[in-house]
Design a protein around this ligand. Structure first.
Ligand SMILES: C[S@@+](CC[C@H](N)C(=O)[O-])C[C@H]1O[C@@H](n2cnc3c(N)ncnc32)[C@H](O)[C@@H]1O
Length: 444
């Protein structure tokens, strides 16, 4: 029997992720074109599952293979992870199919290792991970495997947020994240098919959560009447309180989710969108409405504009530790020095962009990271170096959004999504990615 298209795609995507690709992008790329919907779904489930539970899979593989996974050839390891994930997590897949397909895939890419893969898969334990870990003497290793996150990241979160919250975040990261949308037209015009079931947003009245069905397969999505955008990400654009009388800059714009929302919230304002990567800037030009002017520029350098801006969004490049449910591969790529390294880049972008902020103007700085270095750390350094800048408490802006009827009716208490003067949403606290945001104002 030939290997199914779903496992083929899963193998190709996981191999490309090992070389630096992003699973979510690859699963929506031309590679998946022509696959039937059930095959795409299975491939997605396997790829995301393997990336989320990699530490658990590798633990059982190492036991069955009697060698560290670092000593296993990469083709064999990818086939083993796919096989073990199905054996341990997908009870609807017969064990014989899971083993057979991984062995066949290995035969295609590394025929000499097919026997090894077959032998390991037949020895893989199906005992619950807790039972396997009971005999594990290394406590760090035990936590790393139990939560399937690098030990250093769990330790860091334990120090910063306490062990309970660290565990809650890791558990949220290991689940399929909620899908949120917003309509670009009147909801009634979007005409969604019946199989798309939705629930109200948790943060914003204008947002909806898709609880069943694949919104990306609808005509409304293809025609741009629906944007898929995490609710916390939407809330960040609202924090800027943009209006049509403002001149607005989005300094780190691609792929453009927040830019498009800013343009929708302030339809008569000019929005300038800056992006440093030429290819991403090109993509942005194609996707943005006519009121958005896209400029390819490096926001760490003096910006090429003669006039200043009343509203600036800096949604800076970051570690992305708030998005590990959506981008599970990131956790295995990050290193302990990344938060500090990225904080330096974030600071450089802020230093240059505040120069373009008009007196009385506001800047929202945001990151989809939950690391303090990239949040309060950067803001403290910015304020220390710029005496004319001050903080507007995020709670005050949220109160104003509430008074304007923009927050969801049963949103979490503001104390759950703020920390001091900042917006701080831990992953999962509001069925969203984790985000940090600060509202900065320049004195007149
Ligand atoms: C977190 S993403 C922005 C996401 C976007 N705001 C959205 O909601 O869709 C950060 C973006 O900043 C861009 N970027 C990184 N360094 C930059 C720089 N020095 N100047 C301008 N853009 C930069 C990245 O290429 C990336 O597209």
């Amino acid at each position: 029997m030939p290997v199914s298209p779903a496992r083929h795609l899963a193998f190709d995507v996981l191999t490309a992720v090992d070389e630096g690709g992003y699973a979510a992008d690859l699963l929506h790329s031309t590679w998946a074109r022509g696959l039937a919907l059930p095959d795409r779904r299975l491939a997605t489930e396997i790829v995301m599952g393997v990336l989320r539970f990699r530490a658990q899979l590798d633990y059982v593989i190492a036991r069955a293979a009697r060698r560290a996974v670092g000593r296993i050839d990469s083709v064999a390891l990818a086939a083993l992870r796919i096989g073990v994930y199905q054996l341990r997590f997908l009870s609807r897949v017969p064990a014989s199919a899971a083993v057979h397909e991984s062995v066949e895939m290995t035969k295609e890419h590394a025929p000499k290792l097919a026997g090894f893969v077959n032998a390991v898969l037949r020895h893989v334990s199906r005992d619950p991970i807790a039972a396997l870990l009971a005999a594990e003497p290394d406590l760090k290793k035990r936590r790393e495997v139990e939560f399937s996150h690098p030990a250093w990241l769990l330790e860091r979160w334990g120090r910063n947020f306490g062990p309970e919250m660290a565990a809650r975040i890791a558990e949220f990261d290991n689940d399929v994240p909620p899908v949120a949308i917003r309509f670009t037209t009147d909801a009634a015009d979007a005409a969604l098919p019946e199989e798309i079931v939705m629930a109200p947003g948790r943060l914003l009245r204008s947002a909806l959560r898709v609880t069943s069905g694949d919104i990306t397969k609808t005509e409304a999505y293809r025609a741009g009447r629906v944007w898929v955008q995490d609710e916390a990400s939407q809330l960040v654009a609202h924090l800027l309180e943009p209006s049509s009388r403002h001149r607005i800059l989005d300094a780190c714009a691609a792929p453009g989710g927040k830019t498009a929302l800013l343009a929708a919230l302030a339809p008569e304002a000019g929005v300038v969108a800056v992006e440093v990567h030429p290819q991403r800037a090109r993509l942005l030009r194609r996707r943005m409405p006519a009121t958005v002017h896209v400029v390819g520029a490096d926001a760490t350098r003096p910006l090429p504009f003669r006039r200043g801006f009343d509203r600036i969004l800096v949604d800076a490049p970051c570690t992305g530790t708030g998005t590990l449910a959506r981008n599970p591969e990131i956790r295995w790529r990050l290193t302990p020095s990344d938060p500090v390294r990225l904080a330096a880049l974030q600071m450089a972008i802020l230093k240059a962009t505040v120069q373009a902020l008009e007196p009385g103007g506001r800047l929202v700085y945001s990151v989809c990271s939950i690391e303090p270095e990239e949040g309060p750390g950067v803001i403290a350094a910015l304020l220390a170096a710029n005496s004319q800048l001050g903080i507007v408490p995020a709670g005050r802006v949220l109160d104003a959004l509430e008074a304007a009827g923009q927050l969801a009716e049963d949103h979490p208490p503001l104390t759950a999504i703020t920390a001091g003067p900042y917006l701080r949403i831990p992953p999962g606290a509001a069925a969203t990615d984790g985000f940090f945001a600060a509202v900065i104002e320049r004195g007149r």
